[in-house]
Design a protein around this ligand. Structure first.
Ligand SMILES: *Cc1c(COP(=O)(O)O)cnc(C)c1O
Length: 480
């Protein structure tokens, strides 16, 4: 592709993206393709010669787009969001064009220094104390793994990286029953063993019970285990429960346990001063991760990892072959030492574009509106006959179900699963579910970049209609 062609197709693609953003609501939110359909539409052999780029764009429209679920649709209420935004996309194009490997300061000083500055901005924006240092990781899963490994190294006097874990004793990790699966994955990968992940019970609001945590730690100490790390969550994936950081922190401090905070979703709410109650007790925290790539309008991937003792993080990960030695080592941040991969994308650029393009005040008002919409929806649900709220709504996620009078849990589970699939099959909205206390829970997340009150009200109307249509079909008067 020569530079004239690049220019022509580049303009076309920007036009395509602009139209996509304008028309994204017209696609079925959840892709309707069947398994194998996309693969079967693709040729078995790669082209041996050059093809015109038009053909690529044609197949992108015809084969790929039908197989895409539209996360940028304001009618996407599933999982947690993976928000993009126009400034983020534009900056990502520049990152791709530069194609810089940002592993060392020397391999692109601007990338390292912009990353350092953006992490400082995020601390100011979220009230994370200045003594923390930040680094951008690809995902919360990787950041949490880095925290577990650092906790492991600290607990073993930085010997386990070198000697392995055979003499380390039985190191334990404490989470709640609601903690994200990435911690369990990390416990396996980091050599703790998944059986050494202790799942502490939660209260009625699904947040970790600190009394149960302390009991679990004492039981482990009596049994010869070594308490090593605890993970508290601000905004659990199931119901956005917020674990009580201060109470957990005091216990961790008493027993010398590394406290990691998984705020993958909830961290973005810290932009709002009125939500900083979640980080009461941050003085006990060793590390915290949150994902601008979820709720902060910065397209995947961009995960902000903050650590109080960066020296321990670096000591856990640095490894210095001859070909990576530089003259600036020690004077600058070489972020390859701050996580697992060597190669690193220039991710700070899109974060810079997003923060500058919106400004802190507009980011705050968008996030505040998302929380307001969740509370508004929760209010509508709690006063609607037959519907019930199944968890508190501290952030942007509403957990509920439809259970007409007289219906038992098992029947309600069956009915709500049917409602969920039927709603998603309309293509008009997309919701996902969770299980809480054995109940099938519909989960509606009000946090997409372009979401407005109208979208939420329309979705709620559709949910009510679907629930009543399917339950009358299910009822005793049904003759088939
Ligand atoms: C989404 C999520 C994760 C995983 O995030 P990735 O960046 O995809 O690894 C971890 N913890 C919580 C609470 C989450 O919501």
């Amino acid at each position: 592709m020569d530079s004239n062609e690049f220019r022509r197709y580049g303009h076309e693609i920007v036009e395509w993206i602009a139209r996509y953003f304008e028309n994204v609501e017209q696609y079925p939110v959840k892709s309707r393709v069947k398994p194998g359909e996309v693969k079967n539409a693709l040729p078995d052999m790669p082209p041996s010669g050059s093809e015109p780029f038009d053909r690529f764009m044609h197949d992108f429209d015809e084969i790929i787009i039908p197989g895409i679920t539209h996360w940028q649709s304001p009618n996407f209420f599933a999982y947690f969001p993976a928000n993009s935004s126009p400034p983020s996309v534009l900056a990502e194009m520049l990152t791709a064009a530069l194609g810089a490997q940002c592993m060392l300061w020397e391999t692109s000083p601007a990338a390292a220094e912009l990353e350092e500055k953006m992490m400082e901005w995020l601390k100011v924006m979220t009230g994370i104390p200045p003594e923390f240092e930040g680094v951008i990781q690809d995902s919360a899963s990787s950041a949490t793994l880095a925290a577990l490994i650092t906790a492991r190294e600290k607990a073993t006097g930085f010997r386990s990286n070198r000697e392995g874990l055979s003499d380390a004793g039985k190191l334990r990790i404490y989470v709640s029953t609601q903690t994200h699966s990435s911690v369990e994955k990390g416990a396996g990968v980091a050599g703790f063993g998944r059986d050494n992940l202790v799942k502490v019970t939660v209260g009625n609001d699904f947040s970790m019970d600190p009394v149960a945590l302390e009991r679990a730690i004492e039981k482990d100490l009596a049994g010869g285990y070594i308490p090593c790390c605890a993970v508290a969550t601000l905004g659990t994936t199931g119901t956005t429960a917020v674990d009580p950081l201060r109470a957990i922190g005091e216990i961790c401090r008493k027993h010398g346990i590394w406290l990691h905070v998984d705020a993958a979703l909830g961290g973005t709410a810290l932009l709002l001063p009125e939500m900083r109650w979640m980080t009461d007790g941050i003085e006990y925290v060793d590390s915290l991760v949150f994902n601008p790539h979820k709720w902060m309008f910065t397209n995947f991937d961009c995960s902000a990892y903050f650590v109080r003792d960066a020296a321990s993080l670096i000591r856990s990960f640095e490894i210095l072959p001859e070909y990576l030695k530089t003259r600036t080592r020690g004077e600058v941040n070489d972020y390859r030492d701050w996580g697992i991969p060597l190669g690193r994308r220039f991710r700070a650029l899109k974060l810079w574009a997003v923060i500058r393009s919106y400004g802190v005040e507009q980011l705050q008002s968008m996030i505040r509106e998302h929380i307001r919409l969740a509370k508004m929806l929760a209010g509508l649900i709690s006063t609607e006959k037959g519907f019930e709220l199944l968890a508190p709504v501290p952030l942007n996620t509403v957990c509920f179900r439809y259970r007409p009078a007289g219906m038992n849990d098992e029947e309600a589970n069956h009915l709500n699963e049917k409602i969920n699939h039927a709603l998603n099959d309309t293509g008009k909205i997309y919701l996902t579910h969770t299980k809480a206390d054995g109940k099938y829970v519909l989960r509606m997340v009000t946090a997409q970049t372009n979401l407005t009150e109208t979208h939420v009200l329309k979705a709620w109307e559709l949910i009510r209609e679907m629930a009543s249509a399917l339950s009358s079909q299910d009822g005793a008067v049904n003759i088939d």
